[in-house]
Design a protein around this ligand. Structure first.
Ligand SMILES: Nc1nc2c(ncn2[C@@H]2O[C@H](COP(=O)(O)OP(=O)(O)OP(=O)(O)O)[C@@H](O)[C@H]2O)c(=O)[nH]1
Length: 385
């Protein structure tokens, strides 16, 4: 029954509706003292009057419930309709208090339950406004009763005392509720800051400090994801191990700092080239490039078969070889050798990388500045220019 009322697929709406049901229960709760009072004839109102009042209350509440349940309030700033509900309940409470005059002491607690209900979303300012509305609402009711409806000799002082007590408790409740709202906001802010810090930490833990590319640890986890996806969807993917040629000479000639600059410049340039290849539709899916270690890089090409991967790496090789990278020692030309391998169903990451590394080794051995694949029949692409 409850599962029909509260949708399981929408946790936020489910939470709002559960609160709604709590509101219904609060209404019904106040019937507990009223029913025996009616039974023993303690109230001046008859059963029909009380039943009419509670029926109106339930109808209003069910209407609010349906508005939230159907999702009509989803786009509103206050999808729980908290403020309209609280102020409707305030009017209802005043009517119930008037109708059950003899049980007034108990019924005044309705106002406290209203303020407590406000904890589900009122702001500090809204709590102040609500306190003012409760006090002035009750004062208005008393004024109406005494001067227009049924003035009663001597009861005015008693009523003034009640109003004073109500004002004090309402202001005090508004203060406490505001404090709780403040604490909750601070907690929510702290939680958000922690979440942000954690996201930043995770991001920096996944990045290589020098180049800003994914680091080896993160690359391995991405490869793990790719492997799982390939197994799930039977989709191909390929990798390429890329190693800069004669990089030691750059360090030896120009110093380590310039070597670092070359690594950074190469990373930025390669990323730009891969993005351009992806944009023009050469690649089936967005590639990922990361620093595998030292002057070695790993390229992951999702949804890409061996031939296409080799063609893509070859294009990258040609553009790197014809481009000079700006460093503090002036523009420096560079090239890389690469080994490309397509994932074979069932193989491990270590085996895939080993095959790419073997192809890379062959590319280095055959003179560098070339990209080799692992498929025997494939003609090695690239040339030593
Ligand atoms: N500047 C700089 N150099 C690095 C970094 N990491 C590794 N290296 C250097 O990269 C060089 C790699 O040298 P080798 O493995 O001999 O390779 P290579 O000179 O590129 O020769 P081949 O790969 O055979 O073409 C070493 O001198 C390392 O010290 C780094 O983060 N910054």
């Amino acid at each position: 029954m409850l599962s029909h009322l509260i949708p399981a697929d929408d946790p936020v709406r489910g939470m709002l509706l559960r609160r709604q049901l709590l509101g219904h229960l609060t209404y019904l709760m106040f019937l507990v003292p009223v029913l025996p009072a009616l039974w023993w004839g303690w109230l001046h109102t008859d059963a029909i009057g009380v039943a009419a009042l509670f029926t109106v209350g339930i109808v209003i509440n069910v209407t609010y419930f349906l508005l939230i349940r159907t999702g009509m309030t989803r786009r509103l700033k206050d999808p729980a309709l908290l403020q309209p509900q609280i102020y409707t309940a305030l009017v209802m409470a005043l009517a119930v208090i008037h109708a059950t005059d003899e049980a007034r002491g108990v019924m005044l607690m309705l106002f406290v339950s209203l303020q407590l209900f406000g904890l589900f979303g009122l702001s500090r300012r809204q709590f102040k406004v609500l306190a003012l509305a409760i006090i002035s609402g009750y004062a208005g009711l008393v004024a109406l009763e005494f001067w227009w409806l049924r003035p009663r000799e001597g009861a005015l002082r008693e009523e003034m005392l009640r109003l004073l007590a109500l004002a004090m408790i309402t202001v005090w409740m508004a203060f406490v509720c505001s404090q709780i709202v403040g604490m909750r906001r601070a907690l929510a802010r702290r939680k958000w800051e922690l979440k942000l810090a954690l996201a930043r930490l995770e991001e920096s833990a996944a990045r290589d400090e020098l180049t800003g590319l994914h680091n080896r640890r993160h690359l391995m986890s991405l490869l793990g994801n790719e492997l799982a996806r390939a197994a799930r969807c039977e989709a191909p993917f390929s990798v390429a191990l890329i190693d800069l040629d004669f990089f030691k000479q750059v360090n030896d000639r120009h110093g380590h700092q310039v070597g670092d600059e070359l690594l950074q410049g190469f990373s930025t340039f390669a990323q730009g080239q891969l993005r351009a290849l992806d944009r023009v539709g050469i690649l089936a899916d967005e590639p990922t490039v990361g620093r595998y270690g030292g002057e070695e890089f790993l390229l992951i090409l999702p949804h890409t078969e061996h031939e296409s991967a080799l063609a893509c790496v070859e294009r990258l090789r040609a553009s790197v070889a014809s481009h000079a990278i700006a460093t503090s020692a002036g523009p420096l030309g560079t090239s890389f050798s690469a080994g490309v391998a397509q994932y074979e169903p069932g193989e491990s990451i270590a085996s895939l990388l080993r095959r790419a590394d073997t192809a890379l080794y062959r590319a280095k051995h055959d003179g560098r500045n070339r990209a080799y694949g692992t498929v025997d029949s494939a003609q090695p692409l690239g040339s030593n220019t």
